[in-house]
Design a protein around this ligand. Sequence first.
Ligand code: SF4
Length: 123
Amino acid sequence: MAEISEIICVTCPKGCTLRVKHEGKQVLEVLDGCKRGEEYAICELQDPRRMVASTVRVDGGLHPLVPVYTKKAFPKHLIPDLARALRNVEIPAPVKINQVVLPNALGTGIDVVASRDMPKVAA
Ligand code: SF4
C-alpha cells in the first residue's frame, strides 16, 4: 500500500521538505522540490549514502592522527562498520594528501583517502 514520507533534501541550502509517495522502497512520485531533489529522494529511499570524514592513526607522524574521508558517498547502513574498520588502520608517516589509506572499504569499491599531508616527525 502506498504511503507518503517526508524527506528533507540536503542537496542545496534551501533544505526543502519533500513528500515522497512510495510503496516500500519503490518511489511512485515525489510531490515537492526540483529535479535534483527528486533524485535525492529516490536515492535516500532506495540506497541512502553519506560522505564520511574521520581520522586514522599515523606511525611516526608530526601528529598522531590524520584526517581522512570517503572518495564517494558511502552506504549509510555500513557507516558504523567503516568507523570500526578505520579504528584498526595505522599508516606510516609521511602521508600525502589524497593517499589511499583504506582501499575498497568493506568491499564497496570506495576508497578512504587522506585529506591532508602528514609529515614524518623529525628524529
Ligand atoms: S529540492 Fe531542489 S531546491 Fe529544494 S533543497 Fe533539494 S535541490 Fe535544493
